[in-house]
Design a protein around this ligand. Structure first.
Ligand code: 9G3
Length: 580
């Protein structure tokens, strides 16, 4: 490809809308353009990267016995009513009607469609296991489409669904996908971690996320350097640590005036106590299809609620913090002064740490007052105790006891054991060895393709632009004649360009009549892993310069050796995976 022809409108300025590095560089390198919130055109450079990622994905799925098929993007509502999910997903589901006013949605995922297909076509255990996948467009009406390709409303996903006759079969399929995903991200040249994850609304038992480590990531993960424990903080658990072996005498309950002090830090500062001695009291609404119930939640003052854990504990469809009116109704006080003392007829759910607080402080259910010397059990009853706190760095690993660390990353893959949730809801059964009717035991496994591209940039860039890992680079090499007006340089450049193409190397010739600086800047921005510079000085010696984008290292190579040298450099980087 000649740069003069390449449809890659690069930008010198940083686009104002770009919230992350990947978004910024994808725009600046002329790879994507937005047409509406969360909806993008992929220009040729992006398309090449996406196709390379897809190719790696296909190879690894096929290696495990995956079979590619294609399902529709337009789904009849009936299937989603059968699974019960038509009502679970509200506005996030793009809904539409046909000319007969029948309901449809644009598929956000394909559990319903695949389960319908398999229940019609598979009747015997002899036809199992089945691993079926597609690479296809999904639609989700995100409240806040963000970060360019990381949270789009239309995006490509590789989704694979496994069908097995029993749990043991599912364990095998799951293991195959765990391995395949590890291979995919390794081969893409990415540094990633596999973390335990929450199964969320989709239901099911086991789940792992594949997270590309990047500061800008949306997922927070907790991990242990000593053992291999790693989990999304939505799910992460830590050892319950109870302080002070010597029992402290319980003081007398006292009312303290705390005028206008509504936050933990205000109250702690004002009363000169450690936030850990405060009892944070929150009112939530546990929302189900038909009704909602207020619940009171207690945590140590320095802790945050893990709403995923809380929702799983409550088993409700949705969860929301109660509005000020509800708080007033339940506690008799404005927000900021709620506490458990004296509350009646409401579930009080305390995090595990709360029962161990001695002489604590909590809101007095009266504006501008807090109780001090509050002791759980003596001064109020806890109806339920559960692990509902968010793990933070320094908490102790529940596997080995060492301090956990936290980091951020981008979830690029997610695998789930679904079990029989969908097959039972939709009556998808087969006959087992004994002729008994059994529901399929299912798993589902997804990779966000554009998100993987964006994550690769978040992890591989510098202040000049993208540094593509070789296996997914749009082109492997750019040939830059320093001065296109010098005939000798252009001639050598053209010859090299032809020779590299002939050798199967993916190469761009920067044949534009531009200053060298402009060409170098674009080469760095687009992120070609290798740049060949053809200048007068090296030509005199019969040599050209090969520059590695990642390290800046420069090799001076005889013209006759260039093809072989590049082939070797490319081969080495495609085989090894992530660079350190
Ligand atoms: C919906 C909407 C949004 C959704 C879902 C359904 C996320 C939904 C989870 C999954 C799980 C797996 C197959 C491949 C692997 C991941 N957002 N999820 O089910 F209706 Cl609007 O998609 N699906």
């Amino acid at each position: 490809m000649r740069m003069s022809q390449l449809f890659a409108p690069t930008l010198r300025e940083v686009p104002a809308e770009a919230e992350t590095i990947s978004h910024q560089y994808l725009l600046r390198a002329g790879m994507i353009r937005k047409i509406a919130a969360g909806i993008y055109n992929y220009l040729p450079l992006a398309q090449r990267v996406l196709q390379k990622i897809e190719r790696i994905v296909r190879e690894e799925m096929d290696k495990q016995g995956g079979q590619e098929l294609q399902m529709p993007a337009l789904h009849p509502a009936d299937l989603w009513l059968e699974s019960g999910r038509w009502d679970v997903y509200g506005k996030e589901l793009f809904r539409l009607q046909d000319r007969h006013e029948r309901d449809y949605c644009l598929g956000p995922t394909h559990e319903e469609v695949i389960t319908d297909l398999v229940r019609r076509e598979v009747s015997s255990y002899r036809q199992l296991p089945l691993l079926l996948y597609q690479i296809q467009t999904k639609f989700r009406d995100e409240i806040r489409p963000r970060f360019g390709l990381i949270r789009g409303r239309e995006f490509t996903m590789k989704d694979l669904y496994s069908f097995d006759k029993d749990e043991e079969g599912l364990a095998v399929s799951y293991q195959k996908m765990y391995h395949a995903y590890s291979e995919v991200f390794r081969r893409c040249g990415l540094k990633f971690r596999v973390v335990e994850a929450d199964t969320g609304a989709i239901g099911g038992s086991d789940s792992h996320e594949f997270v590309v480590i990047a500061e800008t990531g949306e997922s927070e993960i907790a991990y242990c350097d000593e053992c291999n424990y790693a989990a999304n903080v939505e799910r992460a658990e830590a050892v319950l640590e109870v302080e002070g072996s010597s029992p402290t005498a319980q003081g007398e309950l006292e009312l303290a005036s705390t005028p206008g002090m509504t936050t933990i830090s205000e109250v702690a500062d004002f009363l000169a106590v450690d936030p850990r001695g405060l009892i944070k009291t929150l009112v939530y609404l546990a929302i189900d299809k038909e009704d909602y119930q207020p619940v009171v939640v207690l945590l140590r003052g320095d802790r945050e609620v893990n709403e995923i854990k809380l929702q799983n504990y409550l088993g409700c469809l949705h969860l929301a913090l109660a509005d000020a009116d509800t708080v007033q109704k339940i506690t008799g006080a404005p927000v900021g002064f709620a506490g458990p003392v004296g509350l009646k007829d409401v579930r009080i759910i305390a995090d595990e740490e709360v029962p161990h607080i001695v002489n604590g402080v909590c809101g007095a259910n009266r504006a501008d007052y807090h109780w001090v010397n509050v002791n759980p059990g003596r001064d109020f009853a806890i109806t339920e105790v559960a692990d509902i706190r968010k793990v933070v760095a320094g908490d102790k690993c529940k596997v080995c006891g060492h301090a956990l660390k936290t980091t951020r990353g981008i979830e690029v893959g997610h695998i789930f054991k679904l079990g029989t949730k969908y097959s039972e809801a939709m009556g998808a059964t087969f006959l087992d060895e004994k002729g008994n009717k059994k529901p399929f035991v299912m798993g589902c496994y997804g990779i966000g393709i554009p998100r993987t591209m964006a994550a690769a940039i978040e992890q591989n860039h510098d202040d000049k632009g993208i540094i593509w890992p070789m296996p997914i680079a749009p082109y492997q090499v750019v040939v830059v004649p320093v001065n296109s007006k010098i005939e000798e340089q252009m001639k050598v450049a053209e010859e090299l360009y032809a020779a590299l193409q002939g050798a199967g190397i993916e190469v761009v010739l920067d044949d534009r009549d531009e200053r060298a600086g402009v060409k170098f800047n674009d080469a760095d921005l687009i992120g070609f892993p290798l740049r060949i510079t053809i200048g007068s000085r090296s030509l005199k010696e019969g040599k050209v310069e090969i520059k590695k984008r990642r390290t800046g290292e420069i090799l001076l190579v005889e013209r006759e050796q260039v093809v072989a040298t590049l082939q070797e450099l490319i081969r080495a980087e495609i085989e090894i995976g992530a660079q350190d």
